[in-house]
Design a protein around this ligand. Structure first.
Ligand code: CUO
Length: 635
């Protein structure tokens, strides 16, 4: 109860995360489902709603007796984190005044946070996509960094923190290129003003406050008593702390070892580095390596009022400021909203760079480590379903409806739909030909990635540069019989995405007959990348890309475990529930390391089991295709 009912809550703030961990512990410790329910009912009324929702969701996801219970997606519980305040007001009006039969979907304008004067606004369709933000929130729910060790300590979770966020950066930079913007600059100088301003236009219903904006060229440091000093949240640190931890992390990377909290040295690996940088409770030494990534989120999130001097409400009766009335953090301080802010990507570009610094110290893959003797990829083609087009992805705007009634209304007064516009692509198939010159069946893993062909100047890229821009589209196993094999794979099967209905759970027109089973699937499987953002936007002229297809030797990929009964549809970014990560290779393989000697381009890098195909992404801006049907049925 040390976090007020009407305060904002952020896992990035150590005090908040300690309290959340404590509450998760209490929920996890309840001996029976009935006790758990009692504890949940009791705490519901006394605790901060965001804290409550977070801890309860983590506990439901991880308790053996409730793990198949539905947890409502956050846009239903807290729609204010996904929709502008003004839209919510109008939705409420619709609910209260208009008969359920005559309601019409409320259209959310596509441009509501800035105008085109702000160049960064070109990326708003990506940053503000509700599905994208739900994905990020869900990922951090499945992989909490604090709480009971058995919950935090999942297979390769530190490495997955690196890989998911590396892919987010790859995808964001890809979108930037499509919009004629250069890739994200790392936020390395914390003393320099942050050029990118952001005005989120979201209201917090709980805190009755708008989420604070950040004006352009805001500074993180104002030479106050302490750079960040918020007594109420027990937050007290300097930018110097972040810099010191960063330097120690660099030292560990360059030495290849860490000093543990017991004073012993231990070899550094990517999983440990992920836990150190984030930082999770699995960090080898919290004192030495600190809490760089999380407190970076906090420092940026509080830059408009780092020492909390701008209190707003004064209670005349108690003659004191309301505890809950501090100007709270911006959207970057909450994993449910952080990806809306351009500064999120500047910060994560820095974080990503730490991981690459480590990866660059590792031995390069030899030819043997990436080749698959006897296996040759001889042809790759993209078929765009419903058209005669080959090797050209089609993208466009699509409108979809999401039911917002659960978060706005406690009485069953029917659905009220918000209609938002998002990127979409036409469904497609990969057609891949593989020759197997061995005399026996072979098993391989097909790995498909996509990257821009040219850099921001329109020039061809070196492999070391391009490798960071490859985004994963697909990964699956095939059995290859001797001689030729034709492999066909549908875009919807992607190993990184989940379907639209799974992201939002209850799309109005496609509400599954058996809602419980869909909710069950939502819990863990709701984590995947939203399918409508699988392919970057491209350009109207057709954005040139390179599609990379590789068949790796399954002997080196294989994890011995049964996959039965588990939802594994977005395993690349989310793992599989209660299972080992289903690929033994380093995440990002084969693009996670520097190329072997004398290799400088992608063409020189590839071995016969790989093929690079030039493709384009053609975006059509022809008004919105209104398909509230599942996008995948569109053809
Ligand atoms: Cu996901 Cu910084 O980790 O947001």
């Amino acid at each position: 109860m040390q976090i007020g009912r009407r305060e904002q809550f952020s896992l990035f703030i150590p005090k908040h995360r300690r309290i959340a961990a404590h509450l998760i512990n209490i929920f996890m410790g309840m001996r029976t489902e009935k006790d758990f329910l009692s504890a949940a009912v009791y705490t519901r009324d006394v605790l901060n709603p965001y804290l409550y929702n977070y801890a309860l969701s983590v506990a439901i996801l991880h308790r053996p007796d409730t793990r198949n219970l539905p947890i409502p997606p956050l846009h239903e519980t807290f729609p204010e984190k996904y929709m502008a305040g003004e839209v919510l007001g109008r939705l409420k009006e619709e609910l209260n005044i208009v008969d359920s039969g005559s309601r019409i979907p409320l259209v959310i304008p596509q441009d509501y946070t800035a105008s085109n004067l702000e160049v960064e606004h070109r990326l708003a369709y990506f940053r503000e996509d509700p599905g994208l933000n739900l994905h990020h929130w869900h990922w951090h729910l499945v992989y909490p960094f604090n709480g009971p060790r058995n919950i935090v300590s999942k297979d390769r979770r530190g490495e997955l923190f690196y890989y998911l966020h590396q892919q987010i950066m790859g995808r964001y930079n890809f979108e930037r290129f499509c919009n004629n913007l250069a890739r994200t600059r790392r936020l390395i100088n914390l003393r320099e003003p942050i050029e990118e301003g952001y005005f989120p236009k979201l209201d917090s219903l709980v805190a009755s406050r708008v989420w604070p904006p950040r004006h352009a060229n805001a500074r993180l440091s104002y030479l106050l008593l302490q750079d960040i000093y918020r007594e109420l949240d027990q937050l007290k640190f300097d930018l110097l702390d972040l810099e010191r931890w960063r330097d120690r992390i660099f030292e560990a990377i360059h030495k290849g070892e860490v000093v543990t909290d017991r004073g012993q040295t231990q070899q550094l690996d990517i999983d440990m580095l992920g836990n150190m940088v984030e930082a999770s409770v699995l960090t080898p030494n919290a004192n030495l390596y600190g809490d760089v990534h999380n407190l970076g989120h906090v420092a940026i999130g509080l830059c408009h009022d780092p020492d909390g001097r701008h209190l707003v409400s004064y209670c005349r009766v108690r003659r004191t400021f309301f505890e809950e009335s501090d100007e709270t953090f911006g959207v970057i301080g909450d994993s449910a909203t952080a990806m809306r802010d351009p500064a999120f990507y500047r910060w994560h570009a820095f974080v990503d760079d730490l991981f690459h610094e480590h990866k660059n110290t590792l031995p390069r893959y030899t030819r043997e480590q990436i080749d698959y003797p006897g296996i040759r990829v001889t042809g790759v083609e993209l078929e765009i379903r419903g058209t005669k087009t080959k090797n050209e992805f089609h993208t466009f705007w699509q409108e979809s409806d999401v039911d917002m009634s659960r978060g706005l209304d406690f009485q069953p007064r029917g659905t009220v739909l918000a209609r938002f516009t998002h990127l979409q692509h036409r469904p497609f198939n990969y057609k891949i030909q593989v020759e197997n010159s061995n005399n026996a069946n072979k098993i391989g893993t097909v790995r498909i990635f996509l990257a821009p062909k040219f850099d921001e100047r329109g020039l061809p890229m070196l492999f070391t540069d391009q490798k960071g821009l490859f985004i994963e589209l697909e990964k699956f196993q095939v059995t290859l019989k001797p001689k030729s094999n034709n492999i066909s794979r549908r875009s919807e099967e992607s190993s990184v995405t989940i379907p639209f209905e799974q992201t939002f759970r209850n799309l109005s027109k496609n509400r599954p007959a058996d809602e419980d089973s869909s909710a069950m699937a939502f819990n863990f499987c709701g984590c995947g990348w939203p399918h409508h953002l699988l392919i970057p936007k491209g350009s109207e002229q057709g954005f040139p890309c390179q599609l990379f297809v590789m068949v790796s030797n399954y002997d080196g990929d294989k994890i011995d475990q049964s996959m039965e009964g588990q939802c594994a549809d977005a395993a690349s970014y989310c793992g599989i529930r209660d299972k080992l990560y289903p690929d033994k290779r380093s995440m990002g393989y084969p693009f996670d390391r520097q190329p072997r000697e004398n290799v400088s381009t992608l063409q020189e890098f590839i071995t016969p089991n790989m093929l690079v195909k030039d493709v384009t992404i053609k975006f059509t801006n022809r008004g919105n295709e209104r398909t509230t049907d599942t996008p995948n049925t569109l053809n």
